[in-house]
Ligand binder design. Structure first.
Ligand code: ZN
Length: 313
């Protein structure tokens, strides 16, 4: 069967403060806000999408800043995406270390992983972020926030999922979603789909002793994988249902269409289409500059805007 999953699509996290989130992703990591909208399931909360110029799938990080809405702090643990890694060029980590220190962020040296140097730090909500330095990322970076083009973030590198008993998690990834195991060290199994490249990578970390993950502030909510179009999405959906998994109906996220299901290790997966993309309701040059609402929320715009925190960027 052809590779139905193309790459990662995005990572979505439950975070704390909207302004701190914007400041970190735009001004420290230097990636672009490609959409400012609201959580389609709770219009009192923003949904920020960060990525490259167009918000290309596999460059995207998205956040729900939930501070002030009674959401508890989450627990990072088994059955969850516990690390989100971004791809940066080989040789850029010294400049990232000093940039992060200037922003009062503690940098942890992870050392070499599968021959590539990695650093880690926490974002303002406590999400664990890594920068993985490599020389095989051809994606054109968004250049902003005082980061030079030769150091800028290229997009997602990959994610790490902490899984207590990885066997069935690995089986679903390899047998159904067409991932291949490409490397292994210690308790870490690296898988990739459609090429062992940044943006295509999932690490499964065997974590028998990790606490149970609890969704809340400072945790990743789900990881999305990209399929070309709605036909392929329906094909995946059917296969998953045939395996006995519970999969949602197709949901219209305006910028792509989505289905969701929980993999056997507990991680919430989404399978999202590549299109239509973020320029469907805003000019490419103006992405992220207006509050965009889905059509069904437009009648509530005034009320929604009143409920949202004021942010600047
Ligand atoms: Zn999503």
């Amino acid at each position: 069967m052809e590779k139905i999953i193309r790459s990662l699509h995005h990572v979505t996290a439950t975070v704390s403060d909207a302004q701190e989130d914007l400041d970190f992703y735009l001004k420290v990591l230097g990636i672009r806000l490609v959409k400012k909208t609201v959580n389609f399931d709770n219009h009192n909360v923003y949904h920020f999408y960060y990525g490259d110029e167009r918000g290309t799938p596999n460059t995207l990080m998205t956040t729900f800043p939930y501070r002030g809405w009674g959401v508890r702090e989450g627990v990072q643990g088994a059955g969850q995406v516990t690390v989100t890694a971004f791809s940066v060029p080989e040789g850029s980590l010294d400049s990232w270390r000093s940039r992060l220190r200037d922003a009062n962020i503690d940098v942890r040296d992870v050392g070499e992983r599968f021959g590539e140097e990695v650093i880690a730090f926490d974002d303002p909500s406590g999400l664990v972020i890594e920068l993985a330095a490599n020389r095989n990322d051809e994606r054109t970076p968004w250049v902003a926030g005082g980061v030079s083009a030769d150091h800028a973030v290229r997009g997602l590198y990959g994610i790490t999922m902490s899984i207590r008993e990885p066997q069935r998690t690995l089986a679903l990834l390899t047998d159904v979603l067409n991932y291949e195991i490409v490397n292994e060290e210690d308790r870490r199994i690296r898988l990739a789909v459609n090429g062992n490249l940044p943006g295509h990578i999932i690490d499964v970390l065997h974590s028998p002793d990790a606490p149970d993950a609890v969704n809340g502030l400072g945790t990743v909510h789900h990881v999305a994988m990209a399929v070309a179009d709605e036909d392929e999405q329906l094909r995946v959906r059917k296969e998953l249902i045939n395996l006995g998994l519970e999969v949602t109906e197709v949901r219209d996220r305006c910028y792509f269409k989505s289905i969701y299901f929980r993999e056997p290790g507990g991680v919430l997966y989404e399978v999202a289409t590549l299109g239509p993309g973020f320029d469907v309701d805003e000019e490419l040059s103006e992405l992220g500059t207006h509050l965009r609402l889905p059509g069904w929320e437009e009648p509530n715009r005034a009320e929604i805007m009143q409920g949202l925190a004021t942010v600047s960027y």
